[in-house]
Design a protein around this ligand. Structure first.
Ligand code: THU
Length: 163
């Protein structure tokens, strides 16, 4: 038996004013998107904004359903909208944020596993890393340069080709 260690890397910004203009604008678009989330069951409002290589910005928010698993997270709503509308454009950056009327979210959002896998798919689809900016309603902002820092040992297409 041999034990291994894996390093991930992320950056943190004290607050929005430390971000560059383009990231700040993207996060602002994610905040606006969160406002119109359809989240009557959780009351947790998530917004995502994607910057594509061609400069277009696509937004999404969580869409819930009374049959709970039929709903979809903000990140995947935005990613699939981008994939459907601009199939040939790589995604450069995703900004995700959240808010709740019940409590103050002052930690960066941590995307669910399924959304991490969807982001991974789009890195592979376009062979291009996606920067991910994660914010709460307030407080510090976390940034990774690629999904591999959020989803080590991800399921990849090569796995399907084995055997
Ligand atoms: N949610 C997202 O939209 N993105 C995430 O990364 C985590 C969770 C949504 C799903 C559901 O509508 C609500 O937040 C509570 O889980």
């Amino acid at each position: 038996m041999k034990r291994h260690e894996l390093k991930i890397s992320y950056a943190e910004f004290e607050n929005e004013s430390e971000l560059n203009e383009s990231d700040r604008e993207l996060l602002q678009k994610a905040r606006v998107a969160a406002e119109s989330a359809y989240a009557p069951y959780s009351n947790f409002y998530v917004g995502a904004a994607l910057l594509l290589k061609n400069g277009q910005i696509i937004t999404g928010n969580n869409q819930e359903n009374v049959a709970y698993p039929s709903g979809l997270c903000a990140e995947r709503v935005a990613i699939y909208a981008a994939g459907a509308t601009f199939p040939d454009e790589a995604i450069e950056t995703i900004a995700v944020t959240c808010k709740s009327p019940a409590f103050e979210v002052n930690e960066p959002l941590s995307p669910c596993g399924a959304c991490r896998q969807a982001i991974a798919e789009y890195e592979m689809r376009h062979n291009s890393k996606i920067r991910i900016l994660l914010a709460g309603e307030k407080g510090r902002i976390r940034m990774v340069e690629s999904i591999s820092d959020l989803l080590p040992f991800m399921f990849k297409a090569e796995e399907l080709k084995k055997g």
